[in-house]
Design a protein around this ligand. Sequence first.
Ligand SMILES: Cc1ncc(COP(=O)(O)O)c(C=O)c1O
Length: 414
Amino acid sequence: MMGMLRYVDRRNTDCFKWDGLDKTFSRGDLLAMWVADMDFQVPECVRRRLSDYIELGTFGYYNPPAGYYNAFIEWEQKYHGYEVKREWMRFAPGVVPAFNWLVQMLSGEGEAVAIMQPVYYPFMKAIENNGRRLVNCPLLQTDRGYEMDYDGFEETIVREDVKVFIFCSPHNPVGRVWKKDETRRMLDICKRHGVFVISDEIHQDIIMSGNKHVPSAIVGDEAGTYDDILVTLTAATKTFNLAAVQNSIVIIPDKTIRAKWDMFSQGIRITGGNAFGYIAVQAAYEEGRPWFDELLGVIEGNYRYLRERLEAELPDVRVADHEGTYLLWIDFSAYMDKIIAKAAGASGANSADPGAENAAVTAMQHLMEDECGIAVDYGAWFGGSEYAGCIRVNLATCRENIETAADRIIGALK
Ligand SMILES: Cc1ncc(COP(=O)(O)O)c(C=O)c1O
């Protein structure tokens, strides 16, 4: 590719997205457009600073430098207008561990934790695996795209005695970048009823032009309006393709919540991460912006290309108005009869029984895996068979892969 961005063929590199296909799908030779990481090499600054450390060759206990914290604080201030204080920052080896721990800290066994489906499925797991009660307040699908159902949310919170809400901002998988007023309205409801909000903002930087991400922490009229109910989670993971170094940032402005976090993290003895994570993240935030700007252009270009191709050739497809993340939500529900008929007509393990309740789910798998040879995240993963007509496609790859996916899907459905 041109410029700083370099596509890497990651097959046979022990990566989950390409080399772990057969664990989840019927075959290992699919075009991988599922797991939310990128097929691009990280910025040169990250590779250089990690190489320097490896060359140094002493891997004793690491003391994260002030520069790591400052790099994040400056990034957050410069690109999101959020003034984070050093003493509010805590470490977690991933945003997923962080929200699992927070569910344990902020709610008790059997208590209700809310989400808005369709949503990132580890949210559901965090609730179920920790013995909490899952309460779903689904997003509404309107002419303007997906929106929060404020009245339904408030009514549900009260009825179910919800203690914690896990919020996804920007939203994976529907690609919404919540407007300031939308987030504020949701937070006002939570504040009124004493509900803690875990705001997962891992996708905060991947914002399509014309949209603006506003951190939950600063949507109020005054600084700190929601501090007593809010924890924000973010990381350089999505922005710079750094999932493997397992370094994420927990922002807790409130002293009482912070004390709970500190007691918990002391209890499990995880208060910091490995050197590679700190070094990579610091380098990325300090020097990686030009690389990231180029990346954003590629993601936006891939979105526009895929949308135009699908809409031109499959007029009833509904491609989400993509505002943020590199994960595109595409709805093929209008073609479901055809998709089910195709699956029913095919022989083999994935053929669908049109009478079965999950016919749409298996038919979609048949279409993507058997007919198109593509691995995607299925809509049903994000909230059940109601979303069986949808898929989530990863745009953070080379144009050639996007073209291949478009050709195959159009070829199968036209
Ligand atoms: C909303 C959301 N949160 C968290 C993660 C993963 O976080 P981590 O790798 O830091 O555990 C993802 C990855 O897809 C995500 O989409």
